[in-house]
Design a protein around this ligand. Structure first.
Ligand SMILES: Cc1cc2nc3c(=O)[nH]c(=O)nc-3n(C[C@H](O)[C@H](O)[C@H](O)COP(=O)(O)OP(=O)(O)OC[C@H]3O[C@@H](n4cnc5c(N)ncnc54)[C@H](O)[C@@H]3O)c2cc1C
Length: 357
């Protein structure tokens, strides 16, 4: 088989082996069969896949062992009149869990509706959308520590969430190892049918609210999904605009706002734990930089095989016959164009496997 069958880009060559793990026991068994030692330079021979929605895998495939995280299970504990803790096994589908919590009268996750993938992957890059980041709602996660060979609990503080990153992602990037396999995630939610305060201007406007006001959480979910659909950000097999990894580039964060073009958007950078603005950091819009560097929606390479989404400049898409190399060529063209015009280097958001920009 080709890993293309497991990724939302529909790209990726074959693995050496593929092991679906439907229980914790099977996940841990896989880890024990493929140990990671402190002396191991990197574990280029193991790859965990959840929903495959944040992965770009080489056409040649992955010369190692893939474990498909497919565990299931949800426990809801009503801890007080106003609060509940929801603990979810890693392989559960993220959006189904968002829907389930709302149906149980629990709010908090509504702005994160419609995001593809598994629950276990959400803490890795601190998944975020429409003014909410998952790190704000996570209390703790359970992981299998592949070096210590034991299950551990990591608190939200230990996960050091940042914009599209966490201690897990940073460690993975620097060491090239997945030391911590996420087994489950515990979310602290409110027993309230009303949403969290809406923080995202476009969402507030679609709901006819001022920033900071609330609405029925289920209405926020429906509105987010409608907005996402209009941008090709909800998976739909027949729509090639969704054959992507969502946003391909992160929004650049700079320490000196003067390096940004005068007209470029500027946003504060928020600390997900405290909710406070981080002084001295400014975030700009990667989509704005791409558009103003001359790449419009639908811009393509490879005789149209890979292109920017026709609905959203930040998504690189496979139009049906693309190769991973086509997507990489498109990504390189965009990075070079933005660098030439603005001297800002865009960073990819998805995990690149056996390939690079
Ligand atoms: C149409 C579309 C829209 C999107 N919109 C958004 C959005 O609004 N906001 C956003 O933040 N992201 C978005 N994404 C990106 C993606 O959906 C999220 O990052 C999602 O959390 C990835 O989950 P996954 O299970 O598919 O991860 P995968 O793609 O399977 O894996 C991603 C990375 O996490 C690792 N991983 C997966 N599971 C585990 C585990 N249990 N333990 C340890 N490591 C693990 C993998 O090894 C890999 O490095 C979008 C993607 C698409 C295709």
């Amino acid at each position: 088989m080709r890993l293309a069958e497991l990724t939302t880009f529909h790209l990726g060559g074959p693995p050496q082996s593929l092991t679906p793990a439907r229980t914790r026991g099977e996940l841990i068994e896989f880890c024990r069969a493929h140990p990671l030692g402190l002396s191991t330079p990197s574990d280029t021979d193991v790859l965990f896949i959840g929903g495959g929605s944040n992965l770009l895998i080489s056409d040649a495939g992955f010369d190692g062992h893939v474990c498909l995280v497919a565990t299931t299970g949800v426990v809801v504990e009503e801890t007080s009149e106003t609060e509940a803790i929801v603990t979810v096994e890693a392989g559960e589908n993220w959006d189904e869990i968002v829907a389930l919590t709302l149906a149980r009268g629990l709010s908090g996750l509504e702005a994160l509706s419609g995001i593809p993938g598994s629950v276990g992957a959400t803490p890795i890059q601190n998944v975020g959308a429409y003014g909410t980041e998952v790190g704000e709602l996570i209390i703790s996660i359970e992981v299998y520590d592949r070096i210590a060979g034991q299950v551990r609990t990591l608190t939200a503080a230990e996960l050091e969430f940042g914009y599209r990153t966490s201690a897990l992602k940073r460690a993975q990037q620097t060491s090239g190892m997945t030391q911590y396999l996420v087994l489950s995630v515990s979310f602290g939610l409110r027993r309230d049918a009303q949403s969290l305060p809406v923080r995202y201007a476009q969402l507030a406007s679609a709901l006819d609210l001022e920033i900071g006001q609330t609405a029925p959480a289920s209405l926020v979910r429906d509105t987010v999904i409608a907005l996402r659909k209009s941008k090709g950000m909800v998976l739909e097999e027949a729509d090639h605009d969704t054959w992507s990894a969502g946003s391909f580039f992160t929004n650049p964060i700079v320490s000196d706002a003067d390096v940004l073009p005068v007209e470029a958007p500027r946003y504060p950078v928020i600390d997900p734990l405290s909710g406070a603005t981080i002084e001295g950091k400014t975030k700009t819009s990667a989509a704005w930089l791409i558009e103003h560097a001359g790449f419009s929606k639908g811009h393509s390479v490879g005789e149209g095989r890979a292109s920017l989404s026709t609905k959203h400049t930040l998504a690189l898409t496979n139009r049906g016959r693309a190769s991973t190399e086509d997507v990489l060529e498109l990504a390189r063209t965009i990075v070079a164009g933005v660098e030439d015009k603005y001297a800002i280097t865009l960073e990819p958001e998805p995990t690149l496997i056996a390939c690079s920009l």
